[in-house]
Design a protein around this ligand. Structure first.
Ligand SMILES: [Zn+2]
Length: 176
């Protein structure tokens, strides 16, 4: 299952709005600080192993908490947190839909499974960590002939090589 191009564009546009609104510098070097600037906090939860690497829930009227498993690489942890921020802005109504936000009191969102909501949050995470224009610029800087050094691109954005390669494929820059 994939998401259609129209929805992808909306999600990428929303991620750019979030980047501008919170004045987030790309590449994101401290995503916990980004979360704090939004009114959230990140906590490590060693019991989160089998179900999911991350979880988000509302805390009070304008705050939220993201729990992450400590058993993941820093690169994966960054993507996990960005994924949960996708749920926050796309599905929980944070700072955008008061009615929906009010309904989130006992609901948690995870990083797991293959539902439509998961795909949407993954797209948001990739767009937040690797905005398209910046991705293209860094990719071009790390291309020799027609060979892209995906590891260097991944290192620049503090994401896994898989995440960087997938972003390039979804944007149509890299071959599947
Ligand atoms: Zn999720």
């Amino acid at each position: 299952m994939a998401i259609n191009n129209y929805l992808k564009k909306l999600i990428n546009d929303l991620a750019m709005e979030v980047i501008n609104l919170y004045e987030i510098s790309i590449p994101i070097s401290d995503i916990d600080l980004v979360v704090e600037n939004m009114g959230g906090r990140v906590v490590e939860n060693p019991s989160m192993t089998s179900i999911s690497d991350g979880k988000i829930r509302k805390l009070g009227d304008s705050n939220f908490e993201i729990s992450v498993s400590p058993f993941q690489t820093e690169e994966r942890r960054n993507f996990t947190i960005a994924h949960e921020l996708g749920h926050l802005f796309l599905h929980m109504g944070f700072n955008s839909n008061a009615e929906r936000w009010n309904q989130q009191d006992s609901i948690s969102y995870y990083r797991s499974g293959n539902s439509e909501l998961e795909y949407q949050s993954n797209e948001f995470a990739a767009a937040l960590l690797m905005p398209q224009i910046e991705y293209k610029r860094i990719m071009d800087k790390n291309t020799e002939g027609n060979i892209v050094n995906t590891s260097a691109v991944a290192k620049h954005f503090h994401v896994s090589v898989d995440a960087a390669a997938n972003r390039g494929k979804w944007l149509g820059y890299l071959e599947w």
